[in-house]
Write a protein that binds this ligand. Structure first.
Ligand SMILES: CC(C)(COP(=O)(O)OP(=O)(O)OC[C@H]1O[C@@H](n2cnc3c(N)ncnc32)[C@H](O)[C@@H]1OP(=O)(O)O)[C@@H](O)C(=O)NCCC(=O)NCCS
Length: 154
């Protein structure tokens, strides 16, 4: 991976991260993402388990991608006796894909999770997101379960 540095996100990344998050999660606006990021990046986001953001910074200072990793007390297919590292979000800009940036972000996330005492890593992706499935499986994940999500209005 040429000229890309993977590091923990810092408050000065907020604007770029908000834009990248909006591409991955368009249900919220960049402004809304910015409000949430402001809390996450200074460690005051109201969440029981820790969550950190890793970014891949290109040589010109722009962000090529990010990965949000947190702890979950359990995840499908994982040993329930110990918290697992969970990939909450993973995004690489299109012009940076297939150059190892996603893999490097995941490697750093796994290092963080190991440091938190985790022995397993878990993640999820949409059934029609074949690229994400290929990437997960190429990087060592195995399918734990296929499930159907339901909702109804009350
Ligand atoms: C998934 C994603 C983060 C991968 O990032 P990336 O930087 O392209 O990943 P890498 O270059 O490190 O790829 C690692 C391996 O995954 C597999 N892979 C990645 N993209 C692939 C594709 N389009 N087709 C087939 N395999 C692919 C390959 O085996 C690849 O290794 P190789 O290039 O040496 O063959 C990126 O495609 C992305 O941002 N997608 C849109 C958002 C998304 O779906 N995020 C995941 C939601 S959970």
């Amino acid at each position: 991976m040429k000229d890309v540095l993977v590091r923990f996100a810092q408050p000065s990344d907020l604007e770029q991260l908000a834009r990248l998050r909006e591409v991955l999660w368009p249900e919220s606006s960049a402004e809304e993402h910015g409000e949430e990021l402001a809390l996450i990046l200074v460690g005051t986001f109201p969440r029981v388990m820790p969550l950190v953001i890793l970014v891949a910074q290109a040589g010109d200072g722009t962000l090529a991608g990010f990965l949000e990793v947190g702890l979950r007390s359990c995840a499908d297919g994982c040993n329930e006796s110990r918290a697992v590292g969970y990939v909450e979000g993973w995004y690489v800009e299109e012009n940076w894909r297939r150059q190892g940036v996603g893999a490097e972000l995941l490697r750093a996330a796994e290092g963080w999770a190991r440091g938190q005492g985790c022995l397993e890593m878990a993640s999820d992706t949409a059934i029609d997101n074949l690229v994400s499935q290929r990437a997960h499986e190429a990087l060592g994940f195995e399918v734990a379960e296929h499930s159907v999500l339901y909702r109804k209005t009350l």
